[in-house]
Design a binder for this molecule. Structure first.
Ligand code: FRU
Length: 502
C-alpha cells in the first residue's frame, strides 16, 4: 500500500494520520477494536469545519494507518449535542439491549442539552447501542442514565473491572471545572452507583476533560501491575494550551489512589515539569484508549490540535487530524513507573517507502549539512545525537528557501525543543508560532530520537518513547529539505535512517 499523497488543493492533508474528510473533528470517541477492525468515532460537525453540531463521526481501519470513512454514527438532534465518550462490547448482554444471539456494542456519550430542552445548561451521561457492529446506533429510551444536575459533567469512559472474584462495569467521567474524576459502577450498563472521586491534583490550570483508567504491567511483568489515570487538561499544558497528564497508582475497584501526586512546595505553574505528561507538544489532546485492543495491548489516539487555535488552522475543507495511534506501557525510569509510548503500527511495515537513506557517523562543528538524498515531506527519521562540545545540535525538517521546523537539543539545559516559528504558515493565530521544550536526559551519552514527519505535523518519540512531543506545522508542499546542524561546538550524529513515504 502506498501512503496517500496531498493534492495541491489539500496541501496539508496528512498521509500517515487520520484526518477529517471535509468537515470539523475534535476528540477521538468510542475507540474499540471489534470484529477485526479498529473503530474510531470522533467529535464531528457534519455541517461545517469549525466546532458545532457535535455528533460522532466514524471511521474504521484494519491497521490504524489506513482509514475508511463511514456516515455519521450518532447524530445531534433538536434536543442534544453528542459530546465525547466511549464504547464497550457488552458480550454477555448485561444491558439486555442485545437480541437473541446478538450482543450489543454500547456507546456512552455526554448529552449536551440544547436551548428548549428542560435540561438545557446541564450535561448528563447517555447511551446508544448498535446491533450491527458499530455502524448504526439507537439512542436508549431511558436516557440520560446518569444525571448529577451538573453543567460540567462529561466524557464517560467505561471499562470492565475484574479482580478478586468481582466483575462489573466502571465508568470514569469528569466534573470538569472542579478538577475531579468521578467513578461509577454498574452491573448492567443502565443503572450506575457512585463509587468515589479523585482530584484536584497536580495540573489544574484548566478544565479536566476526557479521563481514562486502565491497568498495565510494570516493565512487562503482569505480577507487577499499576493503574494509570489519564486526565486531559485545557488549558494549562506544559507548553501552553491543551495537553494530557497522567497519574500512576492503584485502583481497588472503588477508589483510585495516586502515587504521582505532587503536593507540596511551589505553585502549580512552577511545578509543570514535575507532573507526568502524555506529550509535551502543543498538539496532543483528548487522548483516550481503545476498548478490547487485541493481544492485551493498550492503544491510544489523541486529537492532534490545541483549543488555543484549533478553529483557525489553515486546512480546508477539512479541519483537524488525529495523532498516530500509540501503544503505551509502564517502564521503570529512575525508580518510578512512567508511561512510555511508541507508534502502535510503524508505517514502515504498512506503507511502501519511496526512498530510504541511511548514514553512518556524521560529525558537524558549527555547521549544517543538507542531506539531499534524505529529502521528503512524509518520513520516519531515526537517529541518535552525541552532543559532544556543541551548545545545540539537531535537525531541520520540512525546510525550504525561507522556512523549516527545527528539532534540536539545547545541550546545556538538556532539553529537546521544537521550534516552529518559521515552520511555514503561522500567522493564522497569534498563539501558533512557538518554541516548545521538554527536559530530556542524556542516556548513555546520546539523545535518541524517532521522528514522524507528515504534511502538517511532526511527532517525536525520544528514548524509546519515554518522552514524546507532537506539533502541527503548515509548510509549503515544496519544503522537503532535511538537514543536520551543530552550533557552539562539535556534535556527532549516529545511526541516521530516513524512510520516505510521499
Ligand atoms: C474536549 C471536549 C470534551 C467535550 C467535547 C465537546 O476537547 O471539550 O470535554 O466532550 O470536547 O466537543
Amino acid at each position: 500500500m502506498t501512503a496517500s499523497t496531498a493534492s495541491t488543493a489539500e496541501k496539508y492533508r496528512p498521509a500517515l494520520h487520520f484526518s477529517a474528510q471535509n468537515t470539523w473533528i475534535n476528540d477521538p470517541n468510542g475507540l474499540i477494536y471489534h470484529d477485526g477492525l479498529y473503530h474510531l468515532y470522533f467529535q464531528n460537525n457534519p455541517q461545517g469545519n469549525v466546532w458545532g453540531n457535535m455528533s460522532w463521526g466514524h471511521a474504521t481501519s484494519p491497521d490504524l494507518l489506513a482509514w475508511t470513512h463511514h456516515p455519521v454514527a450518532i447524530s445531534c438532534d433538536e434536543n442534544e449535542d453528542i459530546f465525547s465518550g466511549s464504547t464497550v462490547f457488552d458480550r454477555k448482554n448485561t444491558s439486555g439491549l442485545g437480541t437473541e444471539g446478538k450482543a450489543p456494542l454500547v456507546a456512552f456519550y455526554t448529552s449536551f442539552y440544547k436551548p428548549g430542552n428542560a435540561r438545557h445548561g446541564l450535561q448528563a451521561q447517555s447511551l446508544a447501542y448498535s446491533l450491527d457492529g458499530g455502524y448504526t446506533w439507537t439512542k436508549h429510551a431511558g436516557n440520560p442514565i446518569i444525571d448529577r444536575n451538573s453543567p460540567e459533567f462529561r466524557d464517560p469512559k467505561v471499562f470492565r473491572y475484574t479482580a478478586a472474584g468481582q466483575s462489573y462495569w466502571v465508568m470514569v467521567a469528569v466534573e470538569a471545572k472542579d478538577h475531579q474524576v468521578v467513578l461509577y459502577k454498574s452491573e448492567n450498563l443502565l443503572e450506575w452507583e457512585f463509587l468515589s472521586s479523585f482530584g484536584p491534583a497536580n495540573a489544574t490550570g484548566g478544565v479536566w476533560e476526557c479521563p481514562d483508567l486502565f491497568e498495565l504491567p510494570v516493565d512487562g511483568d503482569p505480577g507487577q501491575s499499576k493503574w494509570v489515570l489519564i486526565v486531559n487538561l485545557n488549558p494549562g499544558g506544559p507548553n501552553s494550551g491543551s495537553a494530557g497528564q497522567y497519574f500512576v497508582g492503584s485502583f481497588d475497584g472503588t477508589t483510585f489512589t495516586s502515587e504521582s501526586t505532587v503536593t507540596e512546595g511551589r505553585s502549580g505553574d512552577e511545578r509543570l515539569a514535575e507532573y507526568q505528561w502524555l506529550d509535551w507538544g502543543r498538539d496532543y489532546y483528548a487522548a483516550v484508549s481503545f476498548s478490547d485492543a487485541p493481544d492485551g495491548r493498550r492503544l491510544m489516539i489523541s486529537w492532534m490540535n490545541n483549543w488555543e487555535y484549533a478553529n483557525d488552522i489553515p486546512t480546508s475543507p477539512w479541519r483537524s487530524p488525529m495523532s498516530l495511534a500509540r501503544e503505551v506501557a509502564l517502564r521503570t525510569i529512575n525508580g518510578t513507573p512512567r508511561l512510555v509510548q511508541v507508534p502502535a503500527s510503524d508505517p514502515k511495515n504498512e506503507f511502501e517507502s519511496t526512498a530510504e537513506f541511511a548514514s553512518g557517523l556524521v560529525q558537524l562543528e558549527n555547521e549544517a549539512q543538507v542531506l539531499e538524498q534524505a529529502a521528503g515531506a512524509v518520513q520516519r527519521i531515526k537517529l541518535s545525537i552525541d552532543p559532544g562540545t556543541a551548545k545545540e545540535a539537531g535537525l531541520v525538517v520540512r525546510s525550504g528557501a525561507s522556512e523549516g521546523t527545527r528539532i534540536g537539543i539545547d545541550v546545556e539545559r538538556s532539553e529537546l525543543f521544537v521550534d516552529r516559528r518559521a515552520s511555514g504558515e503561522t500567522d493564522f493565530h497569534a498563539a501558533f508560532a512557538s518554541l516548545d521544550k521538554v527536559p530530556l536526559p542524556l542516556v548513555n551519552g546520546r539523545y535518541e530520537l524517532t521522528i514522524f514527519v507528515d504534511h502538517c505535523s511532526v511527532e517525536i518519540f525520544a528514548h524509546d518513547g519515554a518522552v514524546t512531543m507532537t506539533e502541527l506545522i503548515f509548510p509549503s508542499p515544496s519544503s522537503t529539505g532535511l538537514s543536520l546542524y551543530a552550533t557552539g561546538g562539535a556534535a556527532s550524529f549516529h545511526d541516521l535512517s530516513v524512510i520516505r513515504f510521499d
